[in-house]
Design a protein around this ligand. Structure first.
Ligand SMILES: N[C@@H](CCC(=O)N[C@@H](CS)C(=O)NCC(=O)O)C(=O)O
Length: 215
């Protein structure tokens, strides 16, 4: 049984939860972070000195950093389709997985999600948001061109890279900003939405995170 520490509204927790569910692992998730707290206790900081979610505890392993957790789960529990043993095959997928976490997520989460959802709209620089939307459009163009060769990034089967890439697409789709036409990305996203584990763990409303004026 794997324990996951982190609230369901965290995109990094969603990445891990989706992976655990796709791999068919038994799990228990504990609500930690934001309104639940619990991530500043000595016990929690002993598991993750950053005080962030997610953390997993899996018998002999306790670890943080969602992307590292995904690779650990893939290496330990995934089959050769999910986490290719061949270093070249894996590297070709990992390149996109890493790009999403570093480049794409930075624009989507920091420059679009935060201003559009988490901040007081009166304090938001909407010119900066429009510039971020343009940059997002360029990145989406790269991803759209990469997709289209198969149902998933690696071809016929869902891999760890799809988890990394796909876990942000619900937010990409549902946030309101100008988006370019990206038919391959749209088809890919529709396929992910059909997966029960994606619907359950990634298509999670972020309305509880929306800024609201103090009473
Ligand atoms: N690079 C880390 C980032 C972790 C992170 O920033 N987690 C956020 C939620 S997405 C967090 O813990 N926020 C504080 C909170 O929820 O209380 C990862 O991918 O795991």
């Amino acid at each position: 049984m794997i324990e996951i520490f982190g609230r369901a509204t965290s995109s990094n927790v969603q990445l891990v939860m989706w992976a655990v569910a796709e791999l068919g692992l038994e799990y228990e998730r504990h609500d930690i972070g934001l309104e639940y707290g619990g991530n500043d206790t000595p016990e929690y900081l002993a598991m993750n000195p950053n005080g962030l979610v997610p953390v997993i505890r899996d018998s002999d392993v306790t670890m943080w950093e969602s992307a590292a957790i995904l690779r650990y789960l893939g290496a330990r529990y995934g089959d050769a389709a999910f986490y290719p043993a061949d270093p070249v095959e894996r590297a070709r997928l990992d390149m996109w997985a890493e790009w999403i976490k570093s480049t794409f997520a930075n624009v989507l989460q920091q420059q679009l999600f935060w201003p559009l959802v988490r901040r007081d709209p009166d304090t938001v620089d909407f010119d900066a948001v429009r510039q971020a939307a343009d940059r997002m459009g360029q990145l989406v163009g790269l991803l759209d061109a990469r997709l289209g060769n198969g149902p998933y990034l690696g071809g016929e089967n869902l891999t760890f890279a799809d988890i990394m890439v796909g876990h942000l697409l619900y937010r990409y789709d549902t946030l309101e900003f100008a988006k370019p036409s990206a038919p391959n990305l749209w088809d890919y996203y529709q396929r992910l939405c059909q997966r029960p584990a994606y619907a359950k763990h990634v298509m999670v409303s972020y309305e509880p995170l929306r800024w609201s004026a103090p009473d």
